[in-house]
Design a protein. Structure first.
Length: 136
């Protein structure tokens, strides 16, 4: 499913170019692992392909799911949630990137909120030990 925008509002369209999920969102991102991050009322949440909210609006930023996790921001810090919306890695980093083959890049711990991806003083690749009991 693709998305389109008109007058600063976003919707999802199907293969025929027809509106599949209405033009109501401030911002959207691509579907991944069956859900898409959407911004409505200034907060990010996740919807399914029908448009039902599956993770309630509570996030300052949200990205597409990858390897069962999505990077999100709350309180100015980044962490990861699972498909239930529960934090698997609590928000504690200035910047994080999506998992790739079980690894992720974190930039700056919460002690150094000034660290950015350009000024990667505390950057390191790390394999996070994440219990994924929900995965089959």
């Amino acid at each position: 499913m693709a998305w389109g925008a008109r007058r600063e509002m976003h919707a999802f369209i199907n293969e025929k170019g027809e509106e599949a999920i209405p033009l109501v969102f401030q911002e959207v991102r691509d579907f991944g692992e069956g859900v898409a991050p959407v911004k409505l009322g200034g907060k990010w949440s996740y919807i399914d392909p029908v448009g039902n909210t599956v993770i309630r609006p509570q996030l300052e930023a949200a990205m597409t799911f990858s390897e069962g996790l999505a990077r999100v921001a709350v309180g100015g810090l980044c962490g990861f949630i699972d498909h239930s919306g529960a934090f698997v890695i609590e928000p504690q980093f200035a910047t994080v990137y999506s998992f790739i083959r079980g690894y992720q890049l974190t930039v700056g711990k919460s002690e150094d909120r000034r660290a950015t991806s350009r000024r990667a003083v505390n950057a390191c690749w790390s394999r996070q030990k994440v219990r994924r009991l929900h995965r089959h």
